[in-house]
Design a protein around this ligand. Structure first.
Ligand code: SF4
Length: 586
């Protein structure tokens, strides 16, 4: 029997670690009092930001690359069903198995079934945002399987029984003396005299993990990209732990959000330039791994990919918000965000912190979900995130759009309107403002009250305290004393002394002016187009030159030691970078 669906299909929102347990405002209020956290974050975000600016500045075609990245992702979103099927066909033909998961629970269950088939009680893991999103580690733990994080920063978070606070640098909130304490507590064979020197800490981690790499038969990864036309998966990373997980075990299970596709292998060229420069501030990733199916006798022979929706289809249906799915998890938006720098990543509740988290989490859960409806307000709308984003996601636009949806939801309006709350102070203020600004008589009457504002001002001619909701403004800022008179009242009195209106005969003959200048605009346009073309060609030549140079001098930095360099020595009161690891593999 064929089942026929009537009406609109059901929208599945995401589940798992993408919903906050507390509003952003109240969590951030507490975090703001943690001065050590703010110092660690300030130092780390500024260091990464400077590195990024330097390497981005080397590419004369950076803006063209950003545009290309954005356009490829727009194309992917427009053709997602077709590209997913193409990926599934190619991945399967090369010996892999594709699984589809509607939400976090389904994805976790599929992974557990595969692990049980292999009779494994322990698995090794590459840093992955997708598995953090589904809460895989906790789920496996509950079902008797332990998951060992092999990325250095994730290992610190796991051993510290902590939560990540940054996509790329999950332990950004820890300084190196805190890391030393965690290692001493949790690594059984560690040298008890270990210092907080980054090289010693990295070495301790290496010893701790090595035996686990060789012992375990099942590995779990995310994926930075999936290539539809070849069924290839790709992961970029900085430490080499990923390469070990991708090659040593017999079974590899990769979690991938359905939006991670690119249409062709050639499209990777754009993202493999955008991602390392935006994330770790490197010209290329130390390790870029790609795998297309099973090769007998070489690498995992039992290959699975779990294609995960978990609210992405719902986000795709939002015409403004869908651009959040273009995200390549580079974290550049976090490193430039003044709100993130002060509040830290934990305040966002979800595994996706910072500006991208403020839009992605409510899109995945639905903005009407109370857990996440404070996130679109976690921004000053300064636009720094948009300028930093390598795929040009207009985060401020989406934030404003989601704020509108939240207001609609609270007032029982629009598609999100499933509840109605009693009007509050803000509604009263906005209702009054609307009535006043849409009626000039009312506005004029209200302006007569301006001199009364002077009574609230102090001797310094500033208003520093107001009651109720608007007191939230004066808590942090002063309002200048209002003028004694509104301009329109002043003008009414003084316009007789102002300049006289010009007689019709003195006015400019606009038609004659247009006739005189006709053709001038086209000429200017032609000239500018020619100049722009020349500039483009020059930029492309410079870019080609630079690439030649870079091929000659590859920048393969010794990563692990570099990662921990400069971390905070809290006992001396200096601050450090936190622990940087690898791209936010999703
Ligand atoms: S929104 Fe843009 S800047 Fe932020 S993590 Fe995603 S790709 Fe990077």
């Amino acid at each position: 029997m064929t089942v026929t669906q009537l009406g609109m299909p059901k929208v599945f929102h995401g589940t798992g670690n993408i919903a906050a347990e507390e509003s952003f405002t109240s969590f951030a209020g507490r975090e703001l009092k943690n001065e050590q956290l703010r110092a660690n974050l300030g130092f780390a975000t500024h260091t990464i930001r400077d590195k990024r600016a330097k390497v981005v500045g080397e590419l004369p075609d950076w803006e063209l690359l950003r545009t290309a990245g954005s356009e490829i992702k727009q194309d992917v979103m427009a053709r997602l069903p077709e590209l997913l099927e193409q990926f599934e066909k190619n991945f399967t033909e090369r010996g892999g198995k594709v699984h589809w998961a509607r939400d976090a629970d389904e994805a976790n269950q599929i992974a557990l079934d595969i692990i049980r088939e292999q009779q494994a009680e322990e698995v090794i893991k590459i840093k992955s945002m997708a598995t953090q999103e589904t809460g895989l580690n906790e789920y496996l733990e509950e079902n008797g399987v332990s998951a060992v994080e092999t990325d250095l920063a994730e290992e610190i978070v796991q051993l510290g029984e902590d939560k990540p606070s940054h996509i790329l640098v999950p332990a950004i909130h820890r300084n190196r003396s805190e890391i030393r304490d965690i290692f001493l507590k949790k690594m059984p064979h560690i040298d008890k005299d270990i210092s907080d020197n980054p090289a010693e800490l990295a070495e301790a981690s290496r010893h701790h993990l090595r035996e686990k790499f060789f012992r375990n038969k099942v590995a779990i990864s995310g994926a930075n990209f999936g290539v539809a036309d070849s069924g290839t998966l790709s992961i970029v990373e900085s430490e080499g732990n990923g390469r070990m997980c991708l090659t040593l075990p017999d079974t590899l299970i990769s979690f991938m959000g359905i939006e991670k596709l690119v249409p062709t292998f050639q499209d990777l060229e754009v993202f493999l330039q955008l991602l390392p420069r935006s994330s770790t501030g490197e010209r290329m990733n130390p390790y870029t791994s790609m795998w297309s199916g099973v090769t007998p006798g070489d690498g995992p022979q039992n290959l699975h990919v779990i294609l995960m929706d978990n609210g992405r289809t719902a986000a795709l249906a939002d015409q403004v918000g869908r651009q959040a799915l273009h995200c390549i998890r580079c974290s550049a938006c976090m490193n430039v965000c003044p709100v993130y720098e002060r509040a830290g990543g934990h305040a966002y509740g979800s595994v996706y912190p910072g500006p991208i988290g403020a839009i992605l989490s409510p899109l995945l859960t639905g903005v009407e979900a109370e857990e996440n409806n404070s996130l679109p307000y976690a921004s000053s709308l300064c636009g720094a995130c948009y300028e930093a984003c390598p795929v040009k996601i207009n985060i401020p636009d989406v934030l404003v759009h989601l704020r509108g949806k939240d207001v609609d939801a609270k007032h029982g309006k629009g598609e999100e309107g499933n509840k109605r709350q009693a009007p509050d102070q803000m509604d009263a203020i906005m209702g009054g403002a609307k009535a006043m600004f849409s009626n000039s008589t009312l506005l004029s009457i209200a302006e007569r009250g301006l001199p009364a504002g002077g009574l609230a001002a102090g001797r310094d001619h500033k208003i520093s305290w107001l009651p109720g909701l608007i007191g939230g403004w004066t808590k942090y800022r002063d309002i200048p004393e209002p003028p004694k008179q509104a301009f329109r009242h002043w003008w009414k009195k003084n316009k007789k002394n102002g300049p006289k209106q010009r007689a019709a005969s003195d006015r400019v003959d606009v038609d004659a002016l247009i006739a005189k200048n006709s053709g001038l605009a086209e000429e200017l346009h032609r000239r500018h187009a020619g100049e722009a073309q020349e500039e483009r060609e020059e930029a492309q030549e410079q870019a080609a030159e630079l690439k030649k140079e870079q091929r000659r001098e590859p920048d393969m930095v010794r990563r692990e030691e570099d990662l921990l360099k400069g971390q905070d020595d809290s006992s001396n009161g200096t601050t450090g970078e936190g622990t940087s690891s690898q791209e936010g593999n999703d």
